[in-house]
Design a protein around this ligand. Structure first.
Ligand SMILES: NC(=O)c1ccc[n+]([C@@H]2O[C@H](COP(=O)([O-])OP(=O)(O)OC[C@H]3O[C@@H](n4cnc5c(N)ncnc54)[C@H](O)[C@@H]3O)[C@@H](O)[C@H]2O)c1
Length: 333
């Protein structure tokens, strides 16, 4: 990774983060406040948690507004940057109300893009590797157009995010400065233990002494990016001149079964594995081609899965213990 982060747009800025109470948004907010910027976090708390923002609540440069971006967004005063991270990211969460998920992606993006146009602010969209669907190429570059089912249970999110990209690039043609990251599976502290994603599921289940649920034989692959690496990539992208979508993630490829084994080894848990049927349209493989991110942002992830997992497990252990429930830690060393 080279040294160009923050070489431009460093002066204190007034920044809106939609979805700032979520997992990634709260890490981004903390980083931007620490850099001296004024941050307004806007969130409907659908999957986000105010506890994620607890360290920021006493900061004079930080404020929180409870609002759903499906409704028009009005913010008083100037804005330099708008970050759109608002959208449930975990399949069980975004499938609870598919129409709201789709509206969040489409109406929500439109509302924020209109705000960006009004304020002449640069706007970022958290797009996703899900725009590639169940890919039939083993390394997904930004030029790959994807293989998405338009009417399956994941479509409200996948097609919502694809539509959002269309909106962002149409507004770019109207003169709005947009930046779009296609984020691959990211994990770390502050993921909600109950949100249903594979890393949070396995860690919570292992620590609680419950069976780890694996879909199929667990031979599907995923690549896992630690949240600090991702946030660094997001900031570099927002401060860059990169046009078009940019993949951000970690190229290390692991089967879900390998992940389960690592979680069991690191937690010292003797939880069994519980195999369940594969969900419909579950992607068989995921691995980012990071060529653009390396070339244009000088960015690549630094934190290997074993290290990131250890930091995540430590955080989950603390959070679950704080809930006054038994936390199974059975084997020492
Ligand atoms: N974490 C990942 O692996 C990953 C991968 C690809 C893309 N992304 C994208 O990054 C963004 C952040 O993901 P995350 O992992 O932090 O998820 P998250 O669920 O923890 O955070 C999403 C936040 O958006 C808020 N939100 C949802 N709908 C909203 C609405 N209509 N109005 C206002 N707030 C709303 C939620 O309350 C939550 O705080 C999402 O847009 C997601 O699609 C994440």
């Amino acid at each position: 990774m080279d040294d160009r982060a923050g070489s431009v747009r460093r002066e204190p800025r007034r920044i809106l983060i939609a979805g700032g109470a979520g997992f990634v948004g709260s890490h981004l907010a903390a980083r931007l406040v620490a850099e001296g910027h004024e941050v307004i976090c806007l969130d409907n708390l659908q999957t986000g948690r105010l506890s994620n923002l607890a360290p920021l609540m006493s900061e004079s440069r930080f404020s929180f507004v409870r609002h759903d971006i499906v409704q028009p967004v009005a913010i008083e005063g100037p804005l330099d940057e708008i970050w759109n991270l608002a959208c449930a990211a975990s399949p069980p969460q975004y499938q609870l109300d598919p129409l709201h998920t789709f509206r969040t992606c489409v109406n929500g993006s439109l509302n924020l893009l209109e705000l960006a146009r009004e304020k002449q602010a640069r706007i970022f969209q958290a797009s996703t590797s899900e725009v590639y669907g169940d890919p039939d190429v083993s390394l997904q570059a930004e030029s790959y157009r994807g293989s998405v089912n338009t009417w399956g249970p994941r479509a409200c999110y996948d097609e919502g995010k694809r539509s959002a990209e269309t909106l962002f690039f149409e507004y770019e043609r109207l003169g709005v400065e947009v930046r779009v990251a296609r984020i691959f599976n990211t994990y770390g502290p502050r993921m909600s233990p109950e949100d249903g994603r594979v890393v949070s599921n396995f860690v919570r289940q292992a620590l609680m002494g419950e069976a780890l649920t694996i879909h199929g034989e667990g031979q599907q692959t995923r690549s896992f990016c630690y949240v600090d690496d991702l946030v660094e990539g997001l900031l570099r992208l927002m401060r860059s001149d990169a046009r078009g979508p940019v993949n951000l993630g970690n190229p290390g490829e692991f089967t879900v079964r390998e992940l389960a084994d690592m979680v069991l080894a690191q937690t010292g848990s003797d939880s069994p594995l519980l195999h369940k049927p594969m969900p419909q349209d579950d992607p068989r493989q995921r691995r980012p081609d990071l060529g653009r991110a390396k070339r244009e942002l000088g960015w690549e992830p630094r934190i290997p899965l074993a290290k990131g997992l250890a930091m995540t497990i430590a955080h989950f252990r603390e959070e679950l213990a704080g809930r006054d429930r038994p936390v199974s830690v059975v084997r020492a060393g």
